[in-house]
Every structure is written in structure tokens, then in C-alpha cells.
Design a protein around this ligand. Structure first.
Ligand code: FDA
Length: 303
């Protein structure tokens, strides 16, 4: 638990971020979790994964931009990604963060940026998934997702099982028929807003997952937790929910054994594939989830 807080604290350190992201070891360090720096590298990974039976959500890494020009740059990168999805007929959507689209600077500008991307997604038959960041952004993320859903339809929004408020948020999403990606939650939140003990988060995840299966719209079950995955398989079987009514999601490079097992059994699985140079906060959250990753990475560096 202490290590988790430590890595999440480090993920906020801007100087360390600058130093790590420009390090000559960056590629070796990140290759397990990040598909590459360029769109070309991400495309090659996406094509390989599609050929192996996985769908993909491409994430152009970046968060908390500090100018509207930077936010526009994120949008342009995502528009290029959408063009690539269309040209190469990739089985992929995209996943964005509202802080990458400028929400800290102007909610209107951010909404306009997401609108432009959603219009493009709709035109090519793809979708925009909206990641959930810290609780500072929960209300704004949900409101923005609801607006985009109303105007374009092609959106999916993340709900985090560790938040006390999530059952009510899921009821809102279900009432508006907005598809949800359910994950546990990856940020450092106080007990006033988030369930502190991991076993209780897992119990809440199972509860919310059942609500989504019963009342949700094409839920995405995003976890590498074997017990929860088996609970999902069991529940859908009992309820007669077929494989085309939901999907599993996992992160690129994590629990490849489980990924393979699900695809071999004929389940839909979407892999979240990040690429780009702004990898540091994403990477540190992956270390926070499993501090043992540090030893694995150290071995790679000294190999
Ligand atoms: P849990 O942490 O219990 O892990 C279960 C098992 O998975 C572990 O025992 C281990 O084997 C493996 N594992 C998990 N994390 C690992 C890691 N980093 N390295 C190696 N092995 C690991 N969060 C958020 O706050 N906002 C978001 O928008 C998203 N989006 C998102 C999309 C997708 C597709 C996924 C799968 C996850 C997210 N997350 C997220 C992250 C999520 O909140 C959570 O932090 C991680 O998925 C880890 O939780 P698990 O459900 O895997 O369970």
C-alpha cells in the first residue's frame, strides 16, 4: 500500500517526468507497457493484435496540458490516428483524457475538441472512449461524456469501482444508455471519496459489474483480476448474456496469459494500447499497481 502511494506521488513530479521521458533508456524501460513513440509503431502493434484476434483502443499518451495549443495538438494527433484507423481498416477505437483536451484551461474549448474528434469517429464508424482521471475531474468527465453521447452517440465512459459515488454514476449512465468501461481506479484518492481497502474495492467491482450486465449498454469489463473475470463468465452464462453483448478490456502487456485464454474461448477482448513520448504518468501508475514490476524492469535495463 505504501509503495502504491509512493509511485503515485512520483507520478506527479514534473522534473522527474522530464528527466525520465528524455532518458536514453526510455525505450527499454517502457517497451512492456507502451507500443512505441510514433503512430507508425502503434499501427504495427495494432495490426499484429488485430491479426491475433484482439480489438484495440489506441491511446495517444498525454494529460494535464498547459496550453490550448497543446490541447489542439492532442486533438490533431488523435485525428491522424482516426485517419489511420480508417485507411488501414484497423479494429480500433481511441481513448482520451479530458485533461489532454484542455479541460483545465477551458471546458468549452475542451468540449469543442472532443466534439471534433467524435464527429470524425462517427464518420468512420469508430468510437471515442473517455478515461476517468482523479476525482477532481469526475463530474466534468461524466457531463462531457453525456453531451457527446447525446450529440454523436459513439462514446464510452469509464467508471471507477473504488469511488463511493460510482453506483449512482452507473445508474446515470444506464439511464442515458451510455456504454461504460468499468475499472477499479488508478489514482490516489482519500477515504472520503474512495473505498480504502482493496478487497472491498473488488467486492464493489463485482456488484457494479452485475448492475452493468443487468441494466447497462454493451458494458466493457476492464480488469486483469482472474476472480472477477471468472465471475463475469459465470454471471453472463447464468443470465444468458451472449458474447456479442459485452467485451472484456485489458492493458497492453499485462496478463497476456489471460488475454490469450479469453480470445481462444471466443470472447471479445479490447486491448488498451498507449503510444507517444508522454509516457511517464501512465507508466508510474502501472508500477503503483504492481510494485514488483520494478524488479522486472531493472532486470531488463541491466540485461
Ligand atoms: P488488480 O490490481 O487486482 O490486479 C489483478 C492482477 O492483474 C494482479 O494480480 C496482476 O497479476 C495483474 N496486474 C494488474 N496490474 C498490473 C500491472 N500494472 N503490472 C503487472 N500486472 C498487473 N484506471 C483509471 O483510474 N481510469 C481509467 O480510465 C482506466 N482505464 C483502464 C482501461 C483498461 C482497459 C484497464 C484494464 C484498466 C484501466 N484503468 C483505469 C486501470 C485500473 O483502474 C486498474 O488500476 C488496473 O487495471 C489494475 O487493476 P485490475 O483490475 O487489473 O486488478
Amino acid at each position: 500500500m505504501l509503495m502504491r502511494h509512493f509511485f503515485l506521488y512520483l507520478s506527479q513530479q514534473r522534473n522527474l517526468r522530464r528527466w525520465m521521458e528524455t532518458s536514453r533508456h526510455a525505450g527499454t524501460l517502457t517497451e512492456r507497457f507502451i507500443a512505441g513513440v510514433t503512430l507508425g509503431e502503434a499501427t504495427a502493434v495494432c495490426q499484429r493484435l488485430n491479426a491475433e484476434g484482439y480489438s484495440v483502443a489506441l491511446d495517444y499518451l498525454g494529460e494535464n496540458v498547459t496550453s490550448l495549443d497543446e490541447a489542439r495538438g492532442s486533438l490533431n494527433n488523435y485525428l491522424r490516428t482516426m485517419d489511420r484507423i480508417a485507411e488501414r481498416k484497423l479494429d480500433s477505437d481511441v481513448s482520451i483524457k479530458i485533461t489532454q483536451f484542455g479541460v483545465d484551461l477551458s471546458i468549452e474549448a475542451c468540449l469543442e475538441n472532443v466534439r471534433i474528434l467524435a464527429a470524425k469517429a462517427k464518420a468512420i464508424g469508430s468510437r471515442v472512449e473517455i478515461d476517468m482521471e482523479s476525482t477532481k475531474y469526475t463530474d466534468r468527465t461524466l457531463q462531457l461524456a453525456a453531451k457527446i453521447a447525446e450529440e454523436f452517440g459513439c462514446v464510452r465512459c469509464v467508471i471507477q469501482a473504488y469511488l463511493h459515488r460510482s453506483e449512482a454514476d452507473i445508474a446515470f449512465m444506464n439511464a442515458h444508455k451510455i456504454p461504460v468501461r468499468l475499472c477499479k481506479g488508478a489514482y490516489d484518492e482519500p477515504p472520503s471519496v474512495a473505498i480504502p481497502a482493496k478487497p472491498d474495492v473488488d467486492t464493489n467491482y463485482a456488484h457494479l459489474m452485475r448492475i452493468l450486465f443487468d441494466q447497462g449498454t454493451f458494458p466493457a469489463i476492464a480488469t486483469h483480476d482472474e476472480k472477477l473475470i471468472h465471475a463475469a463468465l459465470q454471471y453472463t452464462k447464468e443470465r444468458g448474456i451472449t458474447r456479442d453483448q459485452f467485451e472484456f478490456q485489458m492493458l497492453y502487456g499485462i496478463r497476456r496469459d489471460l488475454q490469450k485464454m479469453l480470445v481462444e474461448k471466443g470472447y471479445r477482448l479490447r486491448l488498451y494500447v498507449p503510444y507517444g513520448t508522454a509516457w511517464y504518468p501512465y507508466f508510474m501508475r502501472r508500477l503503483a499497481e504492481r510494485p514488483a514490476n520494478v524488479w522486472f524492469l531493472a532486470k531488463n535495463l541491466f540485461r
